[in-house]
Design a protein around this ligand. Structure first.
Ligand code: DHB
Ligand code: MG
Length: 221
């Protein structure tokens, strides 16, 4: 039972729960046509993010790594007209595609795209005493995950949910023979989460259209 089955079951859920509307399909088509890497969350995962953001009544969301804005759109749908998402993207082409996608989704007013290096942008948010976020989604370059976590915590308050995408990496996170900067990044990220006693954290493994991966979910106590 492998990728074929996982993809078929994702299709089953997408169909049953109507997870992909015309806007989301158009957004994905734009991402593909513009040659963006296929690192967007799946529709099932996107709706999970939307449900989580709805459950914690998020009004302020920070996303690290916009890519084409697919996950941003799910999150933006959770916050209503008065909420705001800051999403940070360093690659100009990704930022350009995402900006177009937010217009297509008619969500530009809720989403502020910060174009630039995520660490620098987050440090600026800290320096400017930006109001704490209700939810932070860390989904950018994996080697920098520990840095993003440290800054995300500084931009959090009691009750903030912090999610880290792609921490399982086909099992590599727990395979000592697996090396490389992305694996080291997510391993250190998990280590830092576990050492931080102001957080409650867990890891959830996932299979689906995006293969075998997973995410961490933490809450600031
Ligand atoms: C990678 C990054 C992602 O955000 C993702 O969802 C899948 C893979 C990567 O850098 O390999
Ligand atoms: Mg990801």
């Amino acid at each position: 039972m492998k990728q074929d089955t996982w993809s078929r079951v994702d299709d089953f859920f997408i169909d049953h729960f109507s997870l992909e509307d015309e806007i989301l399909s158009m957004v994905l088509k734009n991402c593909e046509e513009k040659g963006l890497p296929p690192h967007n969350v799946s529709a099932c995962q996107g709706m999970f993010l939307q449900i989580l953001a709805t459950a914690c009544k998020a009004q302020r969301i920070l996303e690290i790594g916009t890519l084409g804005g697919y996950s941003t759109i799910f999150l933006a749908r959770a916050i209503g007209d008065h909420g705001q998402i800051l999403t940070i993207e360093s690659v100009p082409k990704h930022a350009e595609v995402a900006t177009l996608n937010f217009k297509i989704a008619k969500l530009s007013e809720r989403i502020k795209l910060l174009h630039g290096d995520a660490r620098t942008k987050m440090e600026e948010l800290v320096t400017n005493n930006t109001e704490a976020f209700d939810l932070v989604f860390i989904d950018a370059d994996k080697p920098s995950n520990p840095i993003y976590l440290d800054l995300a915590i500084q931009l959090s308050k009691s009750g903030t949910i912090i999610i880290g995408d792609n921490v399982v990496r086909n099992g590599a996170v727990a395979d000592e023979s697996s090396h490389g900067p992305k694996v080291f990044g997510v391993r250190q990220f998990c280590e830092d989460l576990s050492n931080n006693h102001s957080l409650l954290s867990t890891g959830i493994q996932t299979v689906g259209a995006k293969g075998y991966d997973g995410f961490t979910v933490s809450i600031v106590k």
